[in-house]
Design a protein around this ligand. Structure first.
Ligand code: CAA
Length: 386
Protein backbone atom coordinates (compact mmCIF):
# COMPACT_ATOMS: atom_id res chain seq x y z
CA UNK A 1 0.00 0.00 0.00
CA UNK A 2 1.37 3.42 -0.96
CA UNK A 3 0.43 5.31 2.22
CA UNK A 4 0.19 9.06 2.71
CA UNK A 5 2.76 10.85 4.85
CA UNK A 6 0.15 13.38 6.01
CA UNK A 7 -0.19 13.15 9.80
CA UNK A 8 -3.66 11.77 10.48
CA UNK A 9 -5.80 12.11 13.58
CA UNK A 10 -7.26 8.94 15.06
CA UNK A 11 -10.60 9.77 13.50
CA UNK A 12 -9.10 10.40 10.05
CA UNK A 13 -7.21 7.10 10.21
CA UNK A 14 -10.39 5.29 11.29
CA UNK A 15 -12.35 6.75 8.36
CA UNK A 16 -9.54 5.81 5.96
CA UNK A 17 -9.51 2.21 7.22
CA UNK A 18 -13.31 1.96 7.18
CA UNK A 19 -13.34 3.12 3.55
CA UNK A 20 -10.47 0.79 2.63
CA UNK A 21 -12.19 -2.20 4.19
CA UNK A 22 -15.48 -1.42 2.43
CA UNK A 23 -13.75 -0.79 -0.89
CA UNK A 24 -11.72 -3.98 -0.69
CA UNK A 25 -14.69 -6.17 0.21
CA UNK A 26 -17.60 -4.59 -1.63
CA UNK A 27 -16.16 -2.75 -4.65
CA UNK A 28 -12.81 -4.12 -5.86
CA UNK A 29 -14.06 -7.66 -6.59
CA UNK A 30 -16.83 -6.29 -8.84
CA UNK A 31 -15.28 -3.25 -10.53
CA UNK A 32 -14.24 -5.05 -13.73
CA UNK A 33 -17.64 -6.75 -14.13
CA UNK A 34 -19.51 -3.49 -13.51
CA UNK A 35 -17.31 -1.80 -16.10
CA UNK A 36 -18.12 -4.53 -18.65
CA UNK A 37 -21.84 -4.39 -17.85
CA UNK A 38 -21.86 -0.56 -17.83
CA UNK A 39 -23.76 -0.79 -14.60
CA UNK A 40 -22.98 -0.87 -10.92
CA UNK A 41 -25.07 -2.64 -8.28
CA UNK A 42 -27.74 -0.21 -6.97
CA UNK A 43 -27.32 -1.70 -3.49
CA UNK A 44 -23.98 0.13 -3.27
CA UNK A 45 -25.78 3.44 -2.77
CA UNK A 46 -27.60 2.01 0.25
CA UNK A 47 -24.37 0.61 1.66
CA UNK A 48 -22.54 3.92 1.19
CA UNK A 49 -25.47 5.59 2.95
CA UNK A 50 -25.31 3.15 5.88
CA UNK A 51 -21.63 3.97 6.36
CA UNK A 52 -22.45 7.68 6.38
CA UNK A 53 -20.39 8.19 3.22
CA UNK A 54 -23.17 10.13 1.47
CA UNK A 55 -23.34 12.76 4.21
CA UNK A 56 -19.69 13.06 5.12
CA UNK A 57 -19.56 16.86 4.92
CA UNK A 58 -23.08 17.54 6.17
CA UNK A 59 -23.63 18.71 9.75
CA UNK A 60 -24.99 16.31 12.36
CA UNK A 61 -28.30 18.18 12.69
CA UNK A 62 -29.28 16.95 9.22
CA UNK A 63 -27.86 13.46 9.78
CA UNK A 64 -24.38 14.04 8.38
CA UNK A 65 -21.04 12.93 9.81
CA UNK A 66 -19.76 16.54 9.96
CA UNK A 67 -16.28 15.42 8.99
CA UNK A 68 -13.35 17.58 7.95
CA UNK A 69 -12.38 17.76 4.28
CA UNK A 70 -9.30 15.56 4.69
CA UNK A 71 -11.34 12.67 6.16
CA UNK A 72 -13.71 12.92 3.22
CA UNK A 73 -10.89 12.97 0.66
CA UNK A 74 -9.10 10.04 2.32
CA UNK A 75 -12.31 8.01 2.04
CA UNK A 76 -12.77 9.04 -1.59
CA UNK A 77 -9.22 7.96 -2.46
CA UNK A 78 -9.90 4.50 -1.02
CA UNK A 79 -13.18 4.16 -2.91
CA UNK A 80 -11.60 5.38 -6.17
CA UNK A 81 -8.65 2.99 -5.86
CA UNK A 82 -11.20 0.15 -5.91
CA UNK A 83 -13.85 1.52 -8.25
CA UNK A 84 -13.66 5.00 -9.78
CA UNK A 85 -17.31 4.85 -10.87
CA UNK A 86 -18.48 4.57 -7.26
CA UNK A 87 -16.08 7.38 -6.35
CA UNK A 88 -17.69 9.85 -8.76
CA UNK A 89 -21.15 9.01 -7.44
CA UNK A 90 -19.90 9.76 -3.95
CA UNK A 91 -17.96 12.87 -4.95
CA UNK A 92 -20.77 14.51 -6.93
CA UNK A 93 -23.37 13.73 -4.25
CA UNK A 94 -21.25 15.00 -1.33
CA UNK A 95 -19.68 18.01 -3.02
CA UNK A 96 -22.32 19.47 -5.31
CA UNK A 97 -26.07 19.00 -4.71
CA UNK A 98 -25.85 18.50 -0.93
CA UNK A 99 -23.46 21.43 -0.49
CA UNK A 100 -25.55 23.70 -2.73
CA UNK A 101 -28.63 23.02 -0.60
CA UNK A 102 -26.71 23.25 2.68
CA UNK A 103 -24.85 26.45 1.89
CA UNK A 104 -27.39 28.38 -0.14
CA UNK A 105 -30.79 26.74 0.44
CA UNK A 106 -33.37 27.78 3.06
CA UNK A 107 -34.36 25.86 6.22
CA UNK A 108 -37.36 24.21 4.57
CA UNK A 109 -35.21 22.93 1.68
CA UNK A 110 -32.50 21.72 4.06
CA UNK A 111 -35.03 19.94 6.28
CA UNK A 112 -36.82 18.34 3.37
CA UNK A 113 -33.86 17.05 1.38
CA UNK A 114 -30.65 16.81 3.40
CA UNK A 115 -31.50 14.17 6.05
CA UNK A 116 -32.52 11.72 3.33
CA UNK A 117 -29.56 12.69 1.14
CA UNK A 118 -27.23 12.01 4.10
CA UNK A 119 -28.45 8.42 4.32
CA UNK A 120 -28.56 7.77 0.58
CA UNK A 121 -32.35 7.45 0.62
CA UNK A 122 -32.21 10.32 -1.87
CA UNK A 123 -29.34 10.42 -4.36
CA UNK A 124 -28.18 13.77 -5.71
CA UNK A 125 -27.03 15.06 -9.10
CA UNK A 126 -25.79 18.39 -10.46
CA UNK A 127 -26.95 19.66 -13.85
CA UNK A 128 -24.98 22.67 -15.08
CA UNK A 129 -23.57 21.82 -18.52
CA UNK A 130 -25.61 21.82 -21.72
CA UNK A 131 -24.83 20.52 -25.22
CA UNK A 132 -23.54 24.02 -26.17
CA UNK A 133 -22.36 25.18 -22.74
CA UNK A 134 -19.53 23.10 -21.29
CA UNK A 135 -16.40 25.01 -20.30
CA UNK A 136 -18.31 28.21 -21.06
CA UNK A 137 -20.78 27.46 -18.28
CA UNK A 138 -22.41 30.89 -18.26
CA UNK A 139 -23.65 30.25 -21.82
CA UNK A 140 -26.45 27.98 -20.54
CA UNK A 141 -29.65 28.43 -22.51
CA UNK A 142 -32.22 26.44 -20.53
CA UNK A 143 -34.88 29.03 -19.79
CA UNK A 144 -37.16 29.39 -16.79
CA UNK A 145 -40.17 31.70 -17.07
CA UNK A 146 -42.19 32.69 -14.02
CA UNK A 147 -45.87 31.69 -14.12
CA UNK A 148 -47.79 32.34 -10.90
CA UNK A 149 -46.23 30.35 -8.08
CA UNK A 150 -44.18 28.20 -10.47
CA UNK A 151 -41.33 28.49 -12.92
CA UNK A 152 -41.70 26.78 -16.29
CA UNK A 153 -38.42 25.30 -17.55
CA UNK A 154 -37.49 24.42 -21.13
CA UNK A 155 -34.12 23.11 -22.27
CA UNK A 156 -31.61 20.29 -22.18
CA UNK A 157 -28.87 19.54 -19.65
CA UNK A 158 -25.88 17.38 -20.59
CA UNK A 159 -23.22 15.22 -18.96
CA UNK A 160 -25.22 14.72 -15.79
CA UNK A 161 -23.61 12.08 -13.56
CA UNK A 162 -26.37 9.98 -11.89
CA UNK A 163 -28.97 11.98 -13.81
CA UNK A 164 -31.10 8.89 -14.47
CA UNK A 165 -30.85 7.51 -10.94
CA UNK A 166 -30.91 10.70 -8.88
CA UNK A 167 -33.85 11.75 -6.75
CA UNK A 168 -32.66 15.33 -6.27
CA UNK A 169 -31.09 17.29 -9.11
CA UNK A 170 -29.69 20.76 -8.55
CA UNK A 171 -29.74 22.66 -11.82
CA UNK A 172 -28.70 26.08 -13.07
CA UNK A 173 -30.96 27.79 -15.64
CA UNK A 174 -31.62 31.26 -16.99
CA UNK A 175 -34.26 33.36 -15.24
CA UNK A 176 -33.42 36.56 -17.12
CA UNK A 177 -35.34 37.33 -20.28
CA UNK A 178 -34.40 37.20 -23.96
CA UNK A 179 -34.67 41.02 -24.17
CA UNK A 180 -32.56 41.67 -21.08
CA UNK A 181 -29.75 39.13 -20.90
CA UNK A 182 -27.59 39.36 -17.78
CA UNK A 183 -24.85 36.83 -18.70
CA UNK A 184 -23.63 34.78 -15.74
CA UNK A 185 -25.75 37.04 -13.49
CA UNK A 186 -28.98 35.89 -15.17
CA UNK A 187 -28.70 32.30 -13.93
CA UNK A 188 -30.60 30.83 -10.96
CA UNK A 189 -30.37 27.48 -9.18
CA UNK A 190 -33.33 25.12 -8.64
CA UNK A 191 -33.90 21.82 -6.87
CA UNK A 192 -35.58 19.37 -9.25
CA UNK A 193 -37.14 16.00 -8.55
CA UNK A 194 -37.92 13.48 -11.32
CA UNK A 195 -41.65 13.51 -10.46
CA UNK A 196 -42.05 17.02 -11.91
CA UNK A 197 -44.26 16.96 -15.03
CA UNK A 198 -42.12 17.63 -18.09
CA UNK A 199 -38.95 16.04 -16.64
CA UNK A 200 -37.43 13.45 -18.94
CA UNK A 201 -34.19 11.48 -18.95
CA UNK A 202 -32.63 11.66 -22.41
CA UNK A 203 -29.64 10.01 -24.05
CA UNK A 204 -27.38 7.86 -21.89
CA UNK A 205 -23.78 8.38 -22.95
CA UNK A 206 -21.70 5.39 -24.11
CA UNK A 207 -18.39 6.33 -22.53
CA UNK A 208 -14.74 5.33 -22.87
CA UNK A 209 -14.31 4.92 -19.12
CA UNK A 210 -16.15 5.23 -15.83
CA UNK A 211 -18.63 3.00 -17.54
CA UNK A 212 -20.43 1.90 -14.39
CA UNK A 213 -21.30 5.52 -13.62
CA UNK A 214 -24.31 6.68 -15.64
CA UNK A 215 -24.00 9.98 -17.53
CA UNK A 216 -27.15 11.25 -19.20
CA UNK A 217 -28.88 14.18 -20.79
CA UNK A 218 -31.95 15.60 -19.07
CA UNK A 219 -34.75 17.24 -21.03
CA UNK A 220 -37.14 19.76 -19.51
CA UNK A 221 -40.30 20.16 -21.59
CA UNK A 222 -42.42 22.97 -20.13
CA UNK A 223 -41.50 21.50 -16.75
CA UNK A 224 -43.37 23.21 -13.91
CA UNK A 225 -41.18 23.78 -10.87
CA UNK A 226 -42.70 25.25 -7.69
CA UNK A 227 -41.18 28.66 -6.93
CA UNK A 228 -40.05 27.44 -3.50
CA UNK A 229 -37.57 25.15 -5.25
CA UNK A 230 -35.33 28.07 -6.14
CA UNK A 231 -32.08 27.96 -4.15
CA UNK A 232 -31.09 31.22 -2.48
CA UNK A 233 -31.46 34.44 -4.42
CA UNK A 234 -32.52 34.77 -8.02
CA UNK A 235 -29.57 35.36 -10.40
CA UNK A 236 -27.02 33.98 -7.94
CA UNK A 237 -27.04 30.44 -9.38
CA UNK A 238 -23.79 30.76 -11.35
CA UNK A 239 -21.88 32.05 -8.34
CA UNK A 240 -23.31 29.28 -6.11
CA UNK A 241 -22.31 26.70 -8.73
CA UNK A 242 -18.76 28.07 -9.04
CA UNK A 243 -18.32 28.07 -5.27
CA UNK A 244 -19.59 24.50 -5.03
CA UNK A 245 -17.31 23.36 -7.84
CA UNK A 246 -14.31 24.46 -5.78
CA UNK A 247 -15.13 21.70 -3.28
CA UNK A 248 -16.11 19.37 -6.10
CA UNK A 249 -12.71 19.74 -7.71
CA UNK A 250 -10.99 18.54 -4.53
CA UNK A 251 -13.16 15.43 -4.70
CA UNK A 252 -12.17 14.75 -8.31
CA UNK A 253 -8.53 15.26 -7.35
CA UNK A 254 -8.95 12.58 -4.64
CA UNK A 255 -10.57 10.31 -7.21
CA UNK A 256 -7.60 10.82 -9.53
CA UNK A 257 -5.14 10.09 -6.71
CA UNK A 258 -7.03 6.86 -5.98
CA UNK A 259 -6.91 5.77 -9.63
CA UNK A 260 -3.19 6.63 -9.85
CA UNK A 261 -2.42 4.72 -6.67
CA UNK A 262 -4.25 1.64 -7.90
CA UNK A 263 -2.28 1.72 -11.17
CA UNK A 264 1.05 2.14 -9.36
CA UNK A 265 0.27 -0.68 -6.94
CA UNK A 266 -0.70 -2.95 -9.83
CA UNK A 267 2.55 -2.05 -11.63
CA UNK A 268 4.66 -2.71 -8.53
CA UNK A 269 3.08 -6.13 -8.05
CA UNK A 270 3.34 -7.05 -11.72
CA UNK A 271 6.97 -6.02 -12.18
CA UNK A 272 7.89 -8.04 -9.07
CA UNK A 273 6.28 -11.23 -10.41
CA UNK A 274 6.95 -10.94 -14.13
CA UNK A 275 10.27 -12.38 -15.34
CA UNK A 276 11.93 -11.57 -18.66
CA UNK A 277 15.52 -12.24 -19.74
CA UNK A 278 15.86 -14.49 -16.69
CA UNK A 279 15.06 -11.96 -13.97
CA UNK A 280 12.15 -10.01 -12.48
CA UNK A 281 11.18 -6.87 -14.39
CA UNK A 282 11.76 -4.68 -11.35
CA UNK A 283 15.42 -5.64 -11.29
CA UNK A 284 15.93 -3.62 -14.50
CA UNK A 285 16.92 -0.09 -13.63
CA UNK A 286 14.70 1.36 -16.38
CA UNK A 287 11.72 -0.24 -14.66
CA UNK A 288 12.84 0.82 -11.19
CA UNK A 289 13.29 4.42 -12.36
CA UNK A 290 9.87 4.43 -13.94
CA UNK A 291 8.28 3.18 -10.71
CA UNK A 292 10.25 5.84 -8.81
CA UNK A 293 8.87 8.60 -11.04
CA UNK A 294 5.33 7.25 -10.69
CA UNK A 295 5.59 7.15 -6.88
CA UNK A 296 7.10 10.66 -6.76
CA UNK A 297 4.31 12.17 -8.84
CA UNK A 298 1.65 10.38 -6.82
CA UNK A 299 3.16 11.72 -3.60
CA UNK A 300 3.24 15.29 -4.97
CA UNK A 301 -0.39 15.22 -6.11
CA UNK A 302 -1.62 13.74 -2.86
CA UNK A 303 0.47 16.04 -0.65
CA UNK A 304 -0.88 19.12 -2.46
CA UNK A 305 -4.42 17.82 -2.06
CA UNK A 306 -4.05 17.17 1.66
CA UNK A 307 -2.40 20.54 2.32
CA UNK A 308 -5.20 22.30 0.45
CA UNK A 309 -7.89 20.34 2.30
CA UNK A 310 -6.36 21.33 5.64
CA UNK A 311 -6.23 24.99 4.55
CA UNK A 312 -9.87 24.85 3.46
CA UNK A 313 -10.83 23.53 6.89
CA UNK A 314 -8.95 26.44 8.48
CA UNK A 315 -11.29 28.71 6.54
CA UNK A 316 -8.84 29.90 3.88
CA UNK A 317 -10.00 30.64 0.35
CA UNK A 318 -8.60 27.74 -1.67
CA UNK A 319 -10.38 28.29 -5.00
CA UNK A 320 -7.22 28.48 -7.09
CA UNK A 321 -5.48 25.79 -5.04
CA UNK A 322 -8.43 23.43 -5.54
CA UNK A 323 -8.01 23.97 -9.27
CA UNK A 324 -4.26 23.23 -8.93
CA UNK A 325 -5.06 20.02 -7.05
CA UNK A 326 -7.45 18.83 -9.74
CA UNK A 327 -5.07 19.80 -12.53
CA UNK A 328 -2.06 18.07 -10.99
CA UNK A 329 -3.90 14.98 -9.75
CA UNK A 330 -5.77 14.34 -12.99
CA UNK A 331 -2.71 14.79 -15.20
CA UNK A 332 -0.75 12.60 -12.75
CA UNK A 333 -3.41 9.89 -12.95
CA UNK A 334 -3.25 9.97 -16.75
CA UNK A 335 0.55 9.85 -16.70
CA UNK A 336 0.78 7.05 -14.14
CA UNK A 337 -1.86 4.89 -15.81
CA UNK A 338 -0.14 5.37 -19.18
CA UNK A 339 3.19 4.23 -17.73
CA UNK A 340 1.52 1.36 -15.87
CA UNK A 341 0.23 0.02 -19.19
CA UNK A 342 3.70 0.31 -20.68
CA UNK A 343 5.17 -1.71 -17.79
CA UNK A 344 2.55 -4.41 -18.32
CA UNK A 345 3.28 -4.50 -22.07
CA UNK A 346 0.66 -6.49 -23.98
CA UNK A 347 -0.98 -7.55 -20.73
CA UNK A 348 -1.66 -3.92 -19.98
CA UNK A 349 -3.66 -3.58 -23.17
CA UNK A 350 -6.14 -6.34 -22.41
CA UNK A 351 -8.89 -6.66 -19.85
CA UNK A 352 -7.24 -9.51 -17.88
CA UNK A 353 -5.51 -6.86 -15.75
CA UNK A 354 -7.02 -3.68 -14.29
CA UNK A 355 -4.64 -1.08 -15.76
CA UNK A 356 -6.48 -0.58 -19.06
CA UNK A 357 -9.66 0.24 -17.07
CA UNK A 358 -7.73 2.56 -14.78
CA UNK A 359 -6.30 4.33 -17.86
CA UNK A 360 -9.80 4.78 -19.32
CA UNK A 361 -11.16 5.93 -15.98
CA UNK A 362 -8.28 8.40 -15.44
CA UNK A 363 -9.01 10.30 -18.66
CA UNK A 364 -12.32 11.77 -17.51
CA UNK A 365 -10.69 13.38 -14.46
CA UNK A 366 -8.97 15.76 -16.92
CA UNK A 367 -12.36 16.68 -18.36
CA UNK A 368 -15.28 16.79 -15.93
CA UNK A 369 -15.90 19.36 -13.20
CA UNK A 370 -13.82 21.68 -15.36
CA UNK A 371 -11.28 20.58 -17.96
CA UNK A 372 -7.55 21.00 -17.33
CA UNK A 373 -7.82 24.11 -19.50
CA UNK A 374 -10.54 25.55 -17.23
CA UNK A 375 -8.38 24.80 -14.17
CA UNK A 376 -5.56 26.73 -15.83
CA UNK A 377 -7.94 29.66 -16.43
CA UNK A 378 -8.90 29.69 -12.73
CA UNK A 379 -5.27 29.38 -11.58
CA UNK A 380 -3.97 31.85 -14.15
CA UNK A 381 -6.50 34.52 -13.19
CA UNK A 382 -5.65 34.10 -9.50
CA UNK A 383 -1.92 34.21 -10.13
CA UNK A 384 -2.23 37.26 -12.35
CA UNK A 385 -4.82 38.69 -9.87
CA UNK A 386 -7.31 39.80 -12.45
N1 CAA B 1 -16.84 32.14 -6.30
C1 CAA B 1 -17.64 33.22 -6.31
N2 CAA B 1 -17.95 33.89 -7.45
C2 CAA B 1 -17.42 33.42 -8.59
C3 CAA B 1 -16.58 32.30 -8.64
C4 CAA B 1 -16.28 31.65 -7.43
N3 CAA B 1 -15.49 30.58 -7.37
N4 CAA B 1 -16.21 32.10 -9.92
C5 CAA B 1 -16.80 33.06 -10.66
N5 CAA B 1 -17.53 33.85 -9.85
C6 CAA B 1 -18.31 35.05 -10.24
C7 CAA B 1 -17.37 36.10 -10.75
O1 CAA B 1 -16.88 36.92 -9.70
C8 CAA B 1 -18.25 36.89 -11.71
O2 CAA B 1 -19.04 37.79 -10.96
P1 CAA B 1 -19.35 39.27 -11.53
O3 CAA B 1 -20.33 39.06 -12.64
O4 CAA B 1 -19.93 39.98 -10.38
O5 CAA B 1 -18.05 39.85 -12.02
C9 CAA B 1 -19.18 35.83 -12.26
O6 CAA B 1 -19.17 34.73 -11.32
C10 CAA B 1 -18.72 35.31 -13.61
O7 CAA B 1 -17.42 34.79 -13.44
P2 CAA B 1 -16.33 34.80 -14.62
O8 CAA B 1 -16.33 36.14 -15.28
O9 CAA B 1 -15.07 34.26 -14.06
O10 CAA B 1 -17.01 33.74 -15.62
P3 CAA B 1 -16.49 33.18 -16.98
O11 CAA B 1 -17.62 33.12 -17.92
O12 CAA B 1 -15.22 33.86 -17.42
O13 CAA B 1 -16.17 31.63 -16.63
C11 CAA B 1 -14.96 29.71 -15.85
C12 CAA B 1 -15.19 31.23 -15.78
C13 CAA B 1 -13.94 29.44 -14.76
C14 CAA B 1 -14.40 29.27 -17.20
C15 CAA B 1 -16.29 28.96 -15.55
O14 CAA B 1 -17.23 29.13 -16.60
C16 CAA B 1 -16.08 27.48 -15.33
O15 CAA B 1 -15.69 27.06 -14.23
N6 CAA B 1 -16.34 26.65 -16.36
C17 CAA B 1 -16.31 25.18 -16.18
C18 CAA B 1 -17.62 24.69 -15.65
C19 CAA B 1 -17.52 23.33 -15.06
O16 CAA B 1 -16.67 23.02 -14.22
N7 CAA B 1 -18.44 22.45 -15.43
C20 CAA B 1 -18.53 21.14 -14.89
C21 CAA B 1 -19.96 20.86 -14.51
S1 CAA B 1 -20.22 19.58 -13.36
C22 CAA B 1 -19.78 18.15 -14.17
O17 CAA B 1 -18.69 18.01 -14.61
C23 CAA B 1 -20.77 17.05 -14.32
C24 CAA B 1 -20.76 16.05 -13.26
O18 CAA B 1 -21.83 15.55 -12.94
C25 CAA B 1 -19.48 15.54 -12.69
Amino acid sequence: MIETLTPLSEQQRAIQLLARDFATRELAPHAAAWDRASQSDPVIVRKLGELGFLGMLLPENVGGLALDSLSYLLALEEIAAADASTAVLMSVHNSLPTRMILNFGNDAQRDRFLPKMATGELLGAFALSEPDAGSDASAVRTQAVRDGDSWVLDGTKAWVTNGNTADVIVTMVRTDSADARRGSRGISAFILTPDLPGFRVGKKEDKMGLRASPTVQLAFDAMRVPADRMIGEEWQGFVYAMQSLEAGRLGIAAQAVGIARAALEAAIAYTRERHQFGKPLNSFQAVEFRLADMATRLHAARAMLHTTAAAKDRGLNVGAHAAMCKLLASETAMWITTHAIQLFGGYGYVTDYPVERLFRDAKITEIYEGTSEVQRIVIGRAVAAR
